[in-house]
Design a protein around this ligand. Sequence first.
Ligand code: ZN
Length: 51
Amino acid sequence: MRPAHHDTTTVERGSFALARCSCGWTGPARRSRERARTDARAHESAAPGEA
Ligand SMILES: [Zn+2]
């Protein structure tokens, strides 16, 4: 399931990576991009409207 309004990307900040969504959500800073991508996928399947 992938709601269209959840458009996630991963952003790099120094040696950290974090997930970001078009709905305004930002994931925690991770030390690996894989982790950030996992956060993004978890967010995409989360209930819409959740901050
Ligand atoms: Zn979102």
